[in-house]
Design a protein around this ligand. Structure first.
Ligand code: ACO
Length: 323
């Protein structure tokens, strides 16, 4: 019988430090009014000195494992999606593996910036479908505050830190049965690299670097690419937008969320929104939003959940899940 991935637990973790738009207005020439109107963001969480991506990832993973009724020893694959690893190497995933007390299995990072969680979910799902993994932890974790130019008002107001995680378990299903992760769809276009990148790294100037972005261009590509990949995911499963119970989008900007929902003809009540409180947490944003909607009871067994994201690369993708 075919193997499918079932999401059996979700978890999240946010730094306790809240930074409001008014706090930022004391540092750069901006205002709460401008940020809310252009992005929908009201506040974000920012790590304190010494708080790392692996620490956030570990806490989110622990919460997801608890929800699934499992421990680290039950997991045989850890995939961490991050753009802000603790070190250039080893991977943040191997650090999390050690923190979880796992002495077996495999762990590695996936780098697709804001699309990272959807990419990591796709990788882990394919390990499960191939029979190579029984239980996987997929984590999106970022400390984007570490790669922001805090003097650049066009980028520093948009991002936040955090982590979210899911546990995937292999399940045998009947041929054609639509359960668990139905399909994942990934895309990239490296020619669009200059729209959103970090001006540093081991191969350039040896510095960590800062986020540089042509916001308007990114915005334009986001709405088009997201609507397109969502259409692709629905079509691949013989479904339509009317079948979607919950859209869990990457939380970049409320206007991108509204634009995508409008293109899909989805009412706002079926879109999970956290960007107002978390800002854009890159690879962490989808699992953070997912965890919130699972824990507050919005997402229920049998619901059709559509996740989508776009980020630097450019990369974009979607995952369709029957909960
Ligand atoms: N506060 C006040 N004014 C600002 C700020 C700020 N924080 N940032 C920019 N401005 C000014 C600009 O300097 C400009 O002033 P000017 O007209 O005097 O030159 C004016 O506001 C308008 O700037 P635009 O960049 O044209 O504003 P826009 O309406 O496009 O909004 C934004 C900018 C919010 C960045 C928007 O383009 C956007 O959200 N783009 C998507 C980018 C994104 O979300 N990237 C995240 C990573 S990719 C992803 O996750 C999908």
């Amino acid at each position: 019988m075919p193997l499918r991935s079932k999401i059996t637990g979700t978890g999240a973790h946010l730094p306790d430090q809240v930074v409001t738009n008014d706090d930022l207005a004391k540092k750069v020439d901006t205002s709460d009014e401008w940020i809310v109107e252009r992005t929908g963001i009201r506040e974000r969480r920012i790590v304190r000195e010494g708080e790392t991506t692996s620490a956030l990832a570990f806490q989110a993973a622990e919460n997801a494992l608890e929800a699934a009724g499992l421990t680290g020893q039950d997991i045989d694959l850890v995939v961490v999606a991050t753009t802000t690893p603790d070190n250039t190497f080893p991977s943040t995933a191997t650090k999390v593996q050690a923190m979880l007390g796992m002495d077996h299995g495999a762990a590695f990072d996936v780098q697709a910036v804001c699309s990272g969680f959807v990419y990591a979910l796709s990788v882990a799902d394919n390990f499960i479908r191939a029979g190579q993994t029984k239980r996987a932890l997929v984590i999106g974790a970022e400390v984007f505050s570490k790669i922001l130019d805090w003097e650049d008002r066009t980028t520093c107001v948009l991002f936040g830190d955090g982590a979210g995680a899911v546990v995937l378990e292999a399940q045998e299903v009947e041929e054609g049965e639509q359960t668990g992760i139905l399909s994942t769809h990934l895309h990239s276009d490296g020619k669009l690299r200059d729209l959103l990148y970090v001006d540093g790294g081991p191969g350039t100037n040896g510095q960590v670097g800062h986020v540089r972005m042509l916001g308007r261009e990114v915005f334009r590509h986001a709405v088009t690419n997201l609507a397109s990949v969502v259409g692709e995911a629905l079509e691949a499963n013989g479904l339509t937008q009317d079948d979607i119970d919950w859209l869990v989008p990457h939380q970049a900007n409320k206007r991108i969320l509204d634009g995508t929902a409008r293109k899909l003809g989805l009412p706002a009540e079926r879109v999970v929104v956290t960007v107002d409180r978390h800002a854009n947490t890159s690879a962490a944003s989808v699992p953070l939003a997912l965890d919130e909607a699972v824990r507050d009871g919005r997402i229920k067994a049998g619901d059709l959940v559509l996740m989508e994201a776009m980020g630097g690369g450019l990369t974009w993708g979607a995952a369709l899940v029957r909960w």
